[in-house]
Structure formats: C-alpha cells, structure tokens
Write a protein that binds this ligand. Structure first.
Ligand code: SF4
Length: 290
C-alpha cells in the first residue's frame, strides 16, 4: 500500500523537553521523593507508562489545584501545558520541591496576558474548556479574562464597546477555526487587539496535513484521545484536505476494514505521540497487501 508520511509530524520541542525534564528528575537521587507529575506530562498513555516504570507518579484530577492537594511530600513537576501562579504558590507553601516543565511557547502566552492586563486590556482567550492550558493562562489574570470556545460564547459576553479588548489563544488550536472565531470577535469588538498564539509546531503540523494529505484515500492520525492537537489534525484532514481521517492510539487500534479499496493512506501523529508508535503504523501499512 502506498503510504504518504506527512512531515513534520509527531513530537514537538516542548514535549521532548518536558519528557527529558521528568526522566532527569527520575534519575536524580538528590531530589525529594516521591516524584509526582501534576496532571499528564503530555497527553499520551504510552509516554506516561514509561515514566511510571521509572518510579514517577502521574496524578490526575479535574484541575491542577485539586491534583496538588493529593500530594503530601516530595517533588512536584508541572506539565508542558503550564500552570497558574496560585498552583505554584500553593506548592511552595506546602514545602514541596517544584520543577516547571512548561513549554516556552505557553509561557509566552502567560507573559502576554499579564502584560496586556497591566495595560488595561480585558482578554478574550480562545481555548478549549476543561483543558489544562487555558486553566493556567486564565489563572494569571483572574477577573480580567474570559474563555471563549465558540462564536456563541462570544455572543454571550456583555462587554462594553468602550472597554479595551485583546484576544489571545491556546497554542494547539486549529488555525482555521481560530480565524473564524477571531472574525466573529472583530464583528462585535472592531478595535480588539488580536494575538494568535498557536505555536509554530502546531501550525506546521496542520499546514503539512492540509497540503500533503490531498489525494490520499484515508488519513491515519496516531495520538491520544485527550491530545487537543491530535484531534485538530483529524479535523484538518477532513475539512481542509478533504480526506476522511481515523485517530488511533497505536497499531492495535488500526482496523483493516478501513483499508478496503484504499490505495494511498496518509499517516501523521500528534505532537505528543512517541515516534515508535507512528513508525509501527507506517511499517504495517507499507507491507499491507489487501
Ligand atoms: S504543542 Fe506547541 S505549545 Fe504545546 S508543547 Fe508542543 S511546542 Fe509547546
């Protein structure tokens, strides 16, 4: 079977660095034990299982504050998604050793919203409800920011036209969805200052699939169901490249009936997908004889 290997795909620099930080912590005998990660270090079950085998405890829960409350002692690592100042403060108050694995691209957004609010702006932050990244950013400027996920969320706001409004975004959104919501915001608030903070790694992976998957019969996206950027790749394949897409966590979820009558299959992977999982899928498809 012909396989289009979408490039770039898979691990981004933020994920590589975050994993490296946790692996180094696991090997550092001087750090207070136990070592906990506050939330999933990246949204990928396979990567978390590897860290568990190294003795690192991954804790999960509805938000970072309640996850932190589960920790009694030792070291806490904050994930690549970033964390709000109140979580960092609370960890320090409780005498926990803190390691911050926030991606630098997320930190840029934290700094940006703080600076904008200091200049008198109210922030409309485009992001996904319940995702840890908006939780961290919103926690930088509580009371001066609203999370909007859809056009209806924008309509529901009651801001005055006199208010100085700025827009910022989650790093892993679809750039096409974001443009649509930004356009809607501009219709309501024409003078809003727009900052699109989708990270370069997310943008390049989306642009790659939009152009390179064209002409394929099917796209396979390897990634975790909780990974926002993985789910956006599925959407981009379907909406921009016009190619149906299936998301799988690994080769075990690939169903051969999807391949019936297909000649060309495109393969890509979310920014938090270990490359060996994607390589296994590509190898299988290359050798597959209908
Ligand atoms: S997807 Fe972007 S923001 Fe998120 S960890 Fe990777 S590089 Fe950083």
């Amino acid at each position: 079977m012909e396989v289009i290997k979408i490039s770039p795909r898979g691990y981004c620099y933020g994920v590589v660095d975050a994993l490296q930080i946790v692996r180094q912590a696991a090997k550092n005998a001087d750090l207070p034990r136990p070592i906990h990660v506050i939330g999933q270090i990246i949204h990928n079950r396979h990567a978390i299982e590897e860290l568990t085998r190294m003795g690192v405890i991954t804790l999960d829960g509805p938000d970072r504050v309640s996850i932190l409350e589960q920790v009694k002692e030792g070291t806490v690592i904050f994930t690549a998604h970033g964390v709000s100042p109140s979580v960092k403060r609370r960890a320090q108050e409780r005498g926990l050793h803190c390691i911050d694995a926030s991606c630098p691209d997320v930190t840029v957004t934290h700094d940006l919203v703080r600076a904008l609010v200091a200049q008198g702006y109210y922030i409309l932050y485009i992001g996904k409800k319940g995702h840890p990244e908006p939780e961290g950013v919103m926690g930088e400027v509580p009371g001066h920011i609203s999370l909007v996920e859809t056009e209806a969320d924008v309509d529901a706001l009651s801001l005055t036209q006199q208010q100085k409004i700025a827009v910022s975004t989650q790093t892993t959104l679809s750039k096409w969805d974001t443009q649509r919501i930004v356009q809607h915001i501009k219709e309501h608030y024409p003078s809003a200052e727009i900052h699109i903070d989708i990270c370069p790694a997310t943008q390049s992976r989306q642009e790659a699939i939009a152009s390179q998957a064209k002409g394929a019969d099917l796209t396979i996206v390897v990634g975790d169901p909780h990974s926002n950027n993985t789910n956006r790749l599925v959407q981009v394949s379907e909406e921009l490249a016009g190619v149906p897409a299936m998301r799988i966590e690994d080769l075990s979820q690939l169903k051969t009936e999807w391949l019936k009558g297909k000649k060309r299959v495109a393969v890509t992977a979310g920014a938090s997908t270990p490359s060996q999982l994607t390589r296994a899928v590509i190898r299988f498809l290359e050798q597959y004889q209908p």
